[in-house]
Design a protein around this ligand. Structure first.
Ligand code: PHE
Length: 417
């Protein structure tokens, strides 16, 4: 509690000396007559209200403003009991305008002695020795307290690492490669015809600069061209059109990580092989609960003799089981580069959500590489897998600037990390 001193009460009546000074300006400094002149000048100067030029004291801009209205100090003087600004109180106490109302020592000691329990230690309680006789309230650690959020790994990162770990444990090696790649590896190597609707400005993001990759592997280009135009030596008729190398050279943000598979197949033509990638892809989709324009794909492939889609289904059963997802379903589908092909669905509440696409690579795709063995391959949706595991129904919760911070804070990370 605070109250005005006698000086304070006088200032309240007459105005602060520095304020009264302002009303007299401009004036030559020697000619100013004002009681407490020294103090007035000192405070007005400190507040930046006045300037002195060749003996003439005049108002600054902020001095003019101060003259118009009430300063914080004046407001505090008018209502000292209601003032809680410790900085201003400090100044007023130092100036001797305000004083703290102190309880008489005796009364304070009386009050301490009559306490049944000490809830908060104070210097007076310690000094008086009262703490020796009066019980101090114990901390109750079971009481609710504000939640503290410490730094933690991002949920998505933990999912990426968990999936990588699972695939490494299943004997796969990791592929690495560029996010920006030539259409050749993104599309042409996958036997995707150059007029396929996914290969348009509506389906993928093109690079403006540079527009083209510098070079493509000549031999593979020749054989991919043959496969597209007439099926090469596979017995297929191919797509029956004129294949363009300049289209194949165009750079895009990869729409799937199967571009990595296309690159790795060129140098891994003999079985057995098992590779994976968990990496970013970009698509011109419309953003909604289950679609992002930029997301992670779990890519993978196995090369061996005598593989069939039974092996593929078994691999998914095992992979998802290791992640903790037991209920999956398969549905036949079409891809230009696989036959047979099927989609994988996971149970999200009561609805089945597509979580992947897969199949056995076609001869038209493998023949240009000179691969004689079977290759089964897939691209799975990482964020959607995470949705199944954590039971949230909006994919935007975990990505980029749209993510839900509270959700990320409160959701436990996956079991591996
Ligand atoms: N590239 C496909 C996709 O993005 C996934 C896939 C990869 C399908 C390999 C079959 C074989 O949906």
């Amino acid at each position: 509690m605070y109250r005005l001193t006698e000086e304070g009460r006088e200032y309240l009546k007459q105005g602060l000396p520095e304020k009264r000074l302002l009303q007299l300006l401009p004036q030559r400094i020697q000619e100013i007559s004002l009681d407490k002149k020294e103090i007035a000048i000192a405070w007005a100067k400190k507040n930046g209200w006045i300037k002195l030029e060749q003996g003439l004291l005049s108002l600054t801009e902020s001095g003019k403003n101060a003259l118009k209205g009430k300063t914080d100090v004046e407001k505090a003087l008018e209502d000292i009991a209601g003032c809680s600004d410790s900085k201003i109180l400090d100044i007023l106490i130092k100036r001797g305008i305000v004083e703290e109302i102190k309880e008489e020592r005796e009364a304070l000691l009386e009050r301490i002695k009559s306490m049944k329990e000490i809830t908060q230690l104070s210097p007076a309680i310690i000094k008086s020795g009262a703490w020796k006789n009066i019980p101090i309230r114990k901390y109750d650690v079971s009481l609710p307290a504000p939640q503290e959020y410490i730094g933690k790994k991002h949920l998505l990162r933990s999912a990426i690492e968990t999936v990588k770990r699972v695939l490494l444990e299943m004997g796969f090696k990791e592929m690495e490669g560029p996010m920006v790649d030539a259409e050749f590896f993104v599309n042409d190597c996958l036997f995707m015809p150059q007029d396929h609707p996914a290969r348009t400005q509506w389906g993928q993001f093109y690079l403006k600069n540079p527009k083209y990759i510098k070079a493509l592997p000549n031999d593979l280009v020749k054989r991919v061209k043959a496969s597209h135009e007439h099926g090469g030596s596979t017995g297929s008729t191919g797509w029956q059109y004129k294949w363009s190398e300049s289209i194949a050279k165009q750079l895009v943000l990869r729409g799937h990580t199967t571009s990595l598979t296309a690159r790795y197949l060129a140098t891994h033509t003999k079985p057995p092989n098992r590779f994976f990638a968990v990496d970013k892809v970009f698509r011109k989709d419309t953003l909604d609960r289950t679609h992002l324009l930029e997301f992670y794909q779990i890519e993978g492939w196995v090369m061996d003799y005598g593989l069939s889609i039974r092996d593929l289904m078994g691999t998914f059963k095992e992979f998802y089981r290791r992640l903790g997802i037991e209920k999956i379903k398969f549905k036949p589908t079409f891809n230009p580069y696989t036959e047979p092909s099927f989609e994988i669905y996971g149970l999200m509440g009561k609805r089945w959500l597509e979580i992947g696409n897969s199949g056995m690579f076609r001869e038209e795709m493998l023949e240009p590489y000179g691969i004689k063995a079977d290759v089964m391959a897939w691209g799975l949706a990482l964020e959607r897998t995470l949705m199944l595991l954590q039971g949230f129904d909006d994919i935007r919760n975990v990505h980029g600037t749209l993510c839900d911070l509270d959700f990320l804070r409160e959701t436990p990370l996956l079991w591996r990390y």
